[in-house]
Design a protein around this ligand. Structure first.
Ligand SMILES: [Mg+2]
Ligand SMILES: [Zn+2]
Length: 218
């Protein structure tokens, strides 16, 4: 099925929509400090993100109620509501592409879910004894050597799905966005983020931003 739209807006979640990395915050609060060494190995490129996440989450002990409580402290980036309203006005589909987890992405975006066309994310399953299991439903179709959800592969899929779209706008901040950064038509990077430095190092055309009010969709 062909969908007509002038542009498509793809937003990262952790560090982009949410000012912090919510997955890391959960680990920080509910896992022993050794989780950070595993995260470092992902950031150095020694571990794929899903391997790192399996190891990190095996250290976490929390139930859904405890994690829900932590979500109350998460702050979303200013301008989100207005950005989604502009996208709706201009008929621009909004896709949330997260290397994090649907469980918290959907809870934090609940007021705006009707304005979001789809969410790609990994899954968290809460088990007895305060154990949490991450699962990676997109591994077989959308992964690369580094990402469980490779956002470059996702952009390629979206280009087919929305074949009349002329501009693929990607907005992100971190290592899980590196693959997509090279295939977006317009790249917005959170000012001072690792994606900002990555774009500068690679000489990729980009726009650094802080508020979503600076993100132009049409
Ligand atoms: Mg991010
Ligand atoms: Zn990738």
């Amino acid at each position: 099925m062909e969908n007509r739209a002038p542009a498509i807006l793809v937003l990262d979640f952790d560090g982009t929509i949410a000012l912090t990395d919510v997955g890391n915050e959960i680990c920080e609060r509910f896992a022993p400090p050794s989780w950070t060494a595993i995260n470092e190995r992902y950031l150095n490129g020694e571990l794929a993100l899903n391997e790192a996440q399996h190891q990190m989450w095996s250290l976490v002990r929390a139930n859904a109620k405890e994690v829900s409580k932590l979500l109350e402290t998460v702050i979303l980036r200013p301008g989100l509501e207005r950005l989604l309203a502009r996208a709706t006005t201009h008929g621009v589909p909004v896709i949330v592409a997260s290397g994090g987890f649907r469980w918290y992405v959907e809870r934090l975006l609940r007021p705006w879910l009707s304005q979001i066309d789809s969410i790609y994310a990994n899954e968290l399953v809460f088990l007895p004894h305060r154990l949490i299991q991450p699962t990676f439903p997109h591994l077989s179709r959308l992964s690369c050597h580094r990402c469980a959800i490779c956002k470059a592969k996702l952009l390629a899929r979206l280009r087919k799905q929305y074949s009349s779209v002329s501009t693929m706008i990607f907005v992100g901040d971190g290592a899980s966005d590196y693959c997509a950064a090279q295939s977006a038509d317009t790249l917005y990077v959170v000012c001072g983020s690792s994606l900002h430095m990555h774009a500068q190092q690679l000489g990729l055309s980009h726009i650094a931003f802080e508020s979503f009010d600076s993100v132009v969709v049409a």
